[in-house]
Write a protein that binds this ligand. Structure first.
Ligand SMILES: Nc1ncnc2c1ncn2[C@@H]1O[C@H](COP(=O)(O)OP(=O)(O)OP(=O)(O)O)[C@@H](O)[C@H]1O
Ligand SMILES: Nc1ccn([C@H]2C[C@H](O)[C@@H](COP(=O)(O)O)O2)c(=O)n1
Ligand SMILES: [Mg+2]
Length: 239
């Protein structure tokens, strides 16, 4: 096996490579991306590589996810978008979802997770971005229980409140929650319910914090480095 890494030996020591290969995220990369894994006892089952994308309202999650999806080939699932579609369809949960979103609160996990599960199952990529989920510890625990996996990676966009408010008020997409009254409630929910999720995954070493100020391209350059390093590992490890 080590002969396959010979070209890297100048830059990465054997000990470092061994520790990388034992790392759960790297193992998942091998399983997800390698077309011919298995000769060395590496499992070849194709489970999705799941990235949660978190950040306050208006921090730029959707904007950056679109770029990650187009450049790195991820499927982009936005929890908020899935809920808005469900709200606008003739669904039995439509009215409930509308009221919760208008109040800036969190839709019951069972509803959101069933939409996410359906979207994962119909995604055409094994690399999945889940934008705006989990929004609470209850969301997180329910996802891990129902879907049976933890995320491989968590991206957290850190942005000052005044910048988030400015961006939302300039969004102009006709969203029922893009008004000052709902924004105030969403900001409180972000601090009280979303942040504990970020703290949970930080304590597990899964969070990449991105400073979400500056232009879209400046922010994407920070994001690109995270995904490019994953792609580098993939290139090193796809044997
Ligand atoms: N770096 C940036 N500078 C200025 N405007 C931005 C930047 N990034 C995104 N925007 C704009 O800010 C608004 C909010 O961005 P976006 O919808 O991506 O945020 P979000 O985190 O997905 O918000 P929400 O949680 O409300 O869905 C959009 O109108 C977007 O075009
Ligand atoms: N996990 C989630 C995600 C979203 N919602 C609801 C509440 C949010 O304010 C709204 C909009 O989401 P966004 O587009 O800002 O990501 O959707 C939720 O209840 N649970
Ligand atoms: Mg969004």
């Amino acid at each position: 096996m080590w002969r396959r890494f010979a070209h890297l030996s100048l830059s990465i020591s054997r000990t470092k490579l061994q520790s990388l290969v034992r790392d759960p995220t790297v193992l998942k990369l091998i399983n997800t991306f390698s077309s011919d894994a298995g000769n060395d006892g590496v499992a070849s089952s194709r489970k999705p590589f799941i990235t949660f994308v978190l950040g306050g309202p208006g921090s730029g999650k959707g904007t950056q996810c679109e770029k990650i999806a187009s450049i790195f080939g991820f499927a982009h699932l936005s929890a908020g978008e899935l809920l808005r579609e469900e709200m606008s369809s003739p669904s039995e949960n439509g009215e409930l979802i509308r009221n919760v979103i208008k109040e800036g609160k969190i839709v019951p996990s069972a509803i959101t997770i069933s939409l996410i599960k359906r979207a994962i199952n119909s995604a055409t990529s094994d690399k999945i971005l889940i934008d705006g989920f989990p929004r609470s510890e209850e969301n997180r625990i329910a996802f891990e229980k129902i879907i049976g996996v933890e995320p491989d990676l968590v991206i957290f966009f850190e942005c000052p409140e005044e910048e988030m408010v400015k961006r939302i008020l300039g969004r102009n997409q006709g969203r029922i929650d893009d008004n000052m009254e709902t924004i105030r409630k969403r900001l409180k929910v972000f601090e009280d319910l979303n942040m504990p999720v970020v703290e949970h995954y930080s304590s597990k070493g899964k969070v990449h914090k991105i400073t979400a100020t500056g232009t879209v391209d400046e922010i994407f350059e920070r994001v690109r480095q995270v995904f490019a390093s994953l792609r580098y590992l993939k290139a090193c490890l796809s044997f």
